[in-house]
Design a protein around this ligand. Structure first.
Ligand SMILES: Cc1cc2nc3c(=O)[nH]c(=O)nc-3n(C[C@H](O)[C@H](O)[C@H](O)COP(=O)(O)OP(=O)(O)OC[C@H]3O[C@@H](n4cnc5c(N)ncnc54)[C@H](O)[C@@H]3O)c2cc1C
Length: 426
């Protein structure tokens, strides 16, 4: 759909300029002009007192019903599947079952010599695997992966494609979305299925003109929810006119399914049409970062420090507790911004999303952007000297007190418990 001004009719009253929710209309030579920010929402069409603005039909309306099944980009590095890929296979499995009995979830495995990973994909819920192997795909390159995934999408027409919001997923997904001329919602925290059509949802929640959507459209759609405006509200985004629908989801947001050992599925070996000339970059050498890597997403226990630790040396006590309980050190953004600790430790909206069994929040106030990254933890223990700190609203156990007094007591109690346990074993 597009919006156009019928210049002969336009009287230059400017009613449309003020009405446009996207500030996409300007006046030029006394006539309204539609700019690139236009989303074809049609508010201006209704507002124009002289019917000088109209909506034109799209040249290439996408046949939504031609698209079926869910794909998950099964990111692997050095022959090991990323956790987020397994989480998304589980989520894809759930969505597929909600859409229809014959909707399947496929893991898209790309690389060279990685066929053995298919079994792991089946075990975590994939109904099938689309295997794309070639020596040129051994290492990730944006050009190479984009080309083969785009070609495969053109051939198989999946309805939904999910990517982990890793460095690679964030690089790849927008390029593929642009090539497919479809939408992409980044950093989703929730995906829901709306079977049949979006019409009711769109009518209630958006300014979209729903008159062109077919109420009998058999295709399905997903509602993609993500934080917006600095995490202060959750936005639900739909992709009603183009396919595939694409989302990235951060590691740790979705849960893996319990693996079913020995599970099998359909294997589609897709021969990619890829040549050296398709890839404009060459991987000369892979140099791993020398700094200590923190794996927050895999940790069962995280002990995080906030501004309340008072300075970089305040993380010593956080580390002591983390070492004692077998956890890793996390942090709020305030400490990262102050240069007290590296960004790789940051939990939250602009850090890592985590879901450990136990999350200790020490001297962290509980800002919404921090909560966005940890509130799905199984158990949250908050230590804060302010009894009104918002962190206590999400905490399962709250300790009001100075962390420099409370943490040594927890460590001492832990030691006592260990000693008692050892004694009872003898
Ligand atoms: C777009 C955007 C993205 C953001 N992304 C993130 C993100 O990813 N992660 C993140 O964490 N933040 C993020 N923030 C920042 C966020 O809004 C907060 O500013 C930040 O989380 C505050 O960190 P804090 O809780 O450590 O500090 P504060 O809010 O200053 O809280 C410190 C707490 O420590 C307590 N305290 C002080 N001394 C002690 C003591 N001795 N013992 C016990 N308690 C004590 C205080 O009572 C207070 O509650 C983002 C902000 C924006 C705008």
């Amino acid at each position: 759909m597009a919006i156009q001004v019928i210049k002969d009719k336009c009287v230059g009253c400017g009613a449309c300029v003020g009405a446009c929710p996207f500030s996409a209309i300007t006046m030029k030579d006394g006539k309204a002009e539609i700019g690139s920010a236009c989303t074809a929402c049609s508010v201006c069409v209704a507002k124009c007192p002289v019917q000088a603005i109209e909506k034109t039909a799209d040249d290439d309306v996408v046949d939504l019903s031609a698209y079926k099944h869910i794909w998950v980009f099964a990111e692997q590095r050095n022959g090991k599947l990323m956790n987020v890929a397994l989480e998304l296979i589980g989520e894809g499995h759930r969505l597929a079952r909600e859409i229809s009995d014959d909707t399947k979830v496929y893991a898209v495995l790309i690389g060279d010599g990685i066929k053995n990973l298919a079994d792991e994909c089946y075990a975590y819920g994939a109904d099938g695997v689309i295997l794309i192997e070639d020596p040129l795909l051994k290492n990730f390159t944006t050009d190479g992966y984009t080309k083969v995934i785009y070609d495969a999408i053109q051939e198989f027409k999946p309805e939904i494609v999910l990517y982990g919001a890793t460095h690679i997923g964030r690089d790849l997904a927008p390029r593929i979305a642009a090539r497919c001329n479809t939408g992409l919602t980044a950093d989703c925290t929730r995906l829901d299925v709306k079977v049949s059509s979006y019409i009711d949802f769109a009518k209630k929640n958006t300014t979209l003109d729903t008159s062109t959507l077919d109420p009998n459209d058999p295709s399905t759609g997903i509602k993609q929810t993500r934080p917006a405006f600095g995490g202060n509200l959750m936005a639900t985004i739909i992709c009603p006119r183009t396919r595939p629908q694409m989302s990235t989801v951060r590691p740790g947001v979705m849960s893996k399914r319990e693996p079913v050992q020995g599970a099998t599925g359909e294997l589609i070996e897709y021969k990619p049409a890829i040549a050296d000339a398709d890839i404009r970059t060459k991987v000369v050498e892979i140099v791993k970062s020398a700094k200590e890597l923190v794996s927050l997403t895999d940790a069962d226990i995280i002990v995080s420090g906030g501004r309340g630790v008072g300075g970089p040396e305040g993380f010593d006590i956080i580390k002591q507790l983390a070492d004692k309980v077998g956890g890793v050190v996390g942090s709020s953004r305030a400490c990262v911004d102050n240069g007290w600790i590296d960004h790789s430790h940051q939990v939250g909206q602009t850090g890592t999303t985590v879901k450990p069994k136990i999350y200790f929040a020490c001297g962290i106030s509980g800002a919404i952007q921090h909560l966005a990254g940890m509130q799905n933890s199984d158990i949250i223990v908050a230590i804060n000297k302010d009894p009104d700190a918002p962190i206590f609203e999400v905490a399962d156990y709250g300790i009001v007190g100075d962390l420099f007094k409370v943490i040594p007591e927890i460590i001492a109690e832990w030691d006592n418990a260990e000693a008692l346990f050892e004694a009872s074993e003898k």
